[in-house]
Design a protein around this ligand. Structure first.
Ligand SMILES: [Fe+2]
Ligand SMILES: [Fe+2]
Length: 297
């Protein structure tokens, strides 16, 4: 069942390739929100919670890398899109960091996981500089970011279409769906930056492979960490329970495989899948975006 009504079929003056990117400085308040939010499948809820941990340090790295990449991009429209991308990612990082503080207050001790992302970034940067040199390392980082952005676009669309998040506090559902909508809105930027500075197919696949391996490793470690601190769960054989959630369909899996593998097609471009109507429909109904409009009026 789709969570939101049928999206409008045409969006005036915009395309999936070049939508109007807007930095929405939304705010969230987390008092009273249950961290272990899915009573029917608490393990699945904690797997989704890993998103909050990965994003703040990851998206700060995106912004830092794009600052270094801006001088390499001559196209004015792409430069504008990069700046909007950086603005959106900075607000995403701040919004999820607020929830991470809320998790810490509930005893989840997230610091080692946030540090793990910083370590992964530092390790690959060090290795790249030693083996490839400064300029090619930056191109590799941009290819990895393009790969991660494919994941965030696919998961963003899932967040907008799934009814699983209806079980969460409306604020928790909104932060994931608002973020998902903005990921879909700027889904072409990282890919176009990769095309502009390198365009190498091998580099793109390599970047995607690195992104996939590190995301899988982080998700496994972080899920174990959260499960061990969830008073409702036992960490005994938690991986088996996660697999069961995938098989049961509580977690997204099989339905995303086609979209995830599609990235490997040589002629792939994120704009080939039309999601702008879905994005605009959610942003028009997001409580956080409505609150922002009220504060700005
Ligand atoms: Fe983001
Ligand atoms: Fe993004």
């Amino acid at each position: 069942m789709s969570v939101i009504p049928l999206p409008p079929t045409d969006v005036a003056g915009e395309t999936d390739a070049h939508p109007n990117l807007e930095v929405r400085r939304v705010r969230f308040v987390w008092d009273g929100v249950e961290v272990s939010w899915l009573p029917s499948d608490r393990i699945a809820g904690q797997v989704v919670n890993v998103i909050h941990l990965a994003l703040p340090p990851g998206e700060r790295w995106f912004v830092d890398t794009y600052r270094r990449a801006l001088p390499l991009v001559a196209d004015e429209r792409l430069r504008r899109e990069m700046k909007a991308f950086m603005g959106q990612e900075a607000v995403h990082a701040r919004s999820h960091a607020g929830f991470v503080e809320h998790m810490d207050a509930a005893g989840y001790e997230t610091a080692p996981l946030v540090a793990m992302i910083d370590d992964i970034v530092a390790r690959w940067s060090r290795l790249g500089r030693r083996v490839l040199g400064e300029a090619r390392t930056l191109r590799m980082e941009l290819a990895v970011i393009a790969g991660i952005e494919h994941y965030t676009a696919v998961l963003g669309e899932w967040a907008l279409r799934t009814d699983l998040l209806d079980a969460a506090d409306p604020r928790l559902a909104d932060v994931l769906r608002w973020h998902g909508a903005e990921e879909l809105e700027h889904k072409c930027v990282a890919f176009d930056v990769h095309l502009a500075v390198s365009g190498s197919y091998v580099g793109r696949v390599l970047g995607y492979a690195i992104a996939s391996a590190e995301l899988a490793r982080f998700w496994d470690r972080a899920t174990g960490h959260l499960v061990a601190r969830d008073p409702h769960l036992s960490s005994w054989r938690y991986r088996l329970a996660v697999v069961r959630s995938f098989l049961r369909g509580t977690l997204p899996g099989r339905e995303l495989i086609g979209s995830l593998l599609g990235y490997l097609r040589p002629g792939f471009h994120p704009a080939e899948r039309s999601t702008l109507g879905l994005t605009r429909a959610y942003l028009a109904s997001s409580p956080a975006v409505a609150d922002l409009a009220e504060r700005s009026a």
